[in-house]
Structures are given as C-alpha cells and as structure tokens.
Design a protein around this ligand. Structure first.
Ligand code: BDR
Ligand code: CA
Length: 316
C-alpha cells in the first residue's frame, strides 16, 4: 500500500475526499496537512480532526499549514466559500469537539520528512490552495525528484473557471504558489474542472446514507445536502453538486478512470486571467512531467465512490 498525505482546506468536498481516502484499501493515510481556503486554517484543522474522529481514524495526525497565500499577509474567507460550504466549512453541521493536539512539526516539515522517508511510495493529494506544497518545494527542491506522485484538484484547461471566466477557486487563492508547483518538474496529475464537473452527487445518494442510521452517514448526508442546495443556487443547470476533491483522490488511486493529456502547464499570475492554468508552449520539446485529466469514467467512479463511502459510513 502506498502512503498518502492529503492537503485540505476542509470544506464539504474536502471532507468527502478524506472519507474516500479512509475507505480505500490501496492507500495508507499517514497524515493530513491543512491550509486556509474554504475556511481559515484553524477551522480546517478542527474540521479535519472532528471528521477523522467521526470516521474512526482519530490517530491520523493533522498539521496546520499556511494561514494565507504566499504573497499576502492575511486571509479572509470569501463570501462565495461561505455560501457553498457554510460558515464553518462543513455545511453548518456541528460535530463533537475533539481534544487531539496538533503535532509540533510544521506541515511543510512533515511533507519533506515523509518524502525523505517514503520517496516513490508517497502520494500527495492537495485539494486546496498550493501554498504548502510550493513552500515545501522551495525549502527542499529534491522533493520533486523523490516524491512518487502529486495528484491535485485545481485548475481548468478545456473549460471556464468557477470563480471567474478563466480561473478555478484553488488556483485563484495563490497563483504564485501554483506557478511554483506547476513549473517545478514534479510528477503532477491535474484533476481540474475539466473532469470534476462531470462527477455529480444528488439527494438520491445522500438519502441512502441517511438510511444507514449511523453518526457518519447522517452527518455526511446533512453536509452534502447543504452543498447540493448551494450548487442549486450557484450552478442551477448542473443537476447536482460536483465531487471535485474526492475525484482527485479517486484518480490518484486509480488513474485508469481518466484519460490524460501529457502537457506541462504554467499559471497566469497577472491580468484578468490571473490563476488560469495554461499549456506551456516553451516546454513542448521536453518530456512533460504533468498530465491533465480530460475525460473521466464518471459512472464507474460514482459507483465506486458510493460503494466505498456507504461501507465506511455503515461502520461509523
Ligand atoms: C475547489 O474549490 C473549493 O471550494 C473546493 O473544496 C474544491 O477544492 C473547487 O474549485
Ligand atoms: Ca478543497
């Protein structure tokens, strides 16, 4: 089993990514690092610790990472994030408080140490801003040659953005950090809006979780119903809520569920397209280190997603 680190800005689909990772026997979740994004970083840490306890994994360590973008000195949650994920990030669902202490080591140091320890066995899945990962690469450049795989949720290559016509939310938070990561030469797989808007959940699925009559089944049904309601307002034509972050975990575990385009990318850092992920012409001659998911076997993925989560929720 490969070792997995998630980098979350724990909102509702990040919570689903965490659940999918726990429910997947192919990977061993060795830790979670958090950042600002859908919520402030302290809230992301608290949400993650509470979700881990809810899902029967209270021993997984949670590290507090970046509190703001690499070029900023503070951070405020965007109104649109609150609208989609609720003020507490998990759809106004209140989980039991936990007393877990956060480790002494910083999120970036943990990421670097895990890379040194596990090398090619290590998979990292960031589903928020890329601030932590960029900092780790800048502090320890060998990370890009040693790490097994980075499969990130973010960006858009063939479709418009979701916070502006060009830009996806995780890229919008810290385009400079994203640019560091995309041009670092690390083995990257981008799971962007190109595919995540094709894997949707509806109230049919959350109704099934409710019938399990367990704490986790009920809590996740409530969270995702909140998310579905928000999507009905912001994206009325979609017909459900997008499984952005859990799809990144799904494709990290089983890349055969997608079709990939081998193409290095850069990230626009200025002008109206700031945060857009763009095919890098300068690198057409080199062997690309980045692959972009452009098609997804949505039905197969959704079936697996429901099987795994239903099984996990039935036991917790
Ligand atoms: C991404 O933005 C966040 O709000 C979600 O959690 C997801 O990671 C989608 O653009
Ligand atoms: Ca996220």
């Amino acid at each position: 089993t490969r070792k997995l680190i998630l980098d979350l800005d724990t909102g509702i689909d990040d919570a689903l990514a965490l659940a999918y990772a726990i429910a997947s026997p192919e990977v061993d979740l060795i830790g979670v690092i958090c950042s600002y994004g859908n919520v402030v970083v302290a809230q992301a840490v608290a949400n993650t610790q509470q979700l881990l306890a809810l899902l029967g994994q209270p021993h997984v360590p949670v590290y507090a990472g970046a509190a703001h973008a690499s070029t900023q000195s503070d951070f405020q949650v965007l109104p649109v994030s609150q609208q989609i994920h609720g003020r507490n990030g998990i759809g106004e669902v209140h989980l039991p408080a936990v007393t877990a202490s956060t480790p002494q080591q910083s999120a970036v140091d943990f990421l670097i140490a895990a890379t040194q320890q596990y090398g090619a066995e290590l998979v990292v899945v960031p589903t928020g801003p890329l601030t932590n990962l960029a900092a780790a690469i800048q502090q320890y450049p060998s990370l890009v040659d040693q790490i097994g795989q980075i499969t990130l949720m973010g960006g858009a290559l063939t479709v418009p953005g979701n916070v502006s016509a060009t830009t996806e939310a995780n890229m919008a938070q810290d385009p400079e950090a994203a640019q560091v990561v995309f041009t670092s030469g690390a083995p990257l797989a981008m799971v962007g809006l190109d595919v995540t808007l094709r894997t949707l959940l509806t109230k049919q699925e959350t109704a099934r979780w409710r019938t399990l009559n367990t704490a986790s089944g009920t809590a996740f049904a409530e969270m995702v119903d909140y998310y579905i309601k928000a999507y009905a307002v912001t994206s009325p034509d979609l017909g459900g809520c997008a499984l952005h972050d859990p799809l990144a975990v799904g494709l990290a575990i089983d890349p055969s569920l997608a079709q990939w385009l081998a193409l290095d990318l850069t990230v626009a850092t200025t002008g109206a397209t700031r945060g857009r992920t763009i095919g890098d012409l300068k690198r057409l001659t080199a062997t690309p280190r980045t692959k972009v998911a452009v098609q997804v076997a949505a039905t197969t993925y959704l079936r697996r997603f429901m099987q795994r989560l239903s099984c996990l929720f039935a036991q917790n």
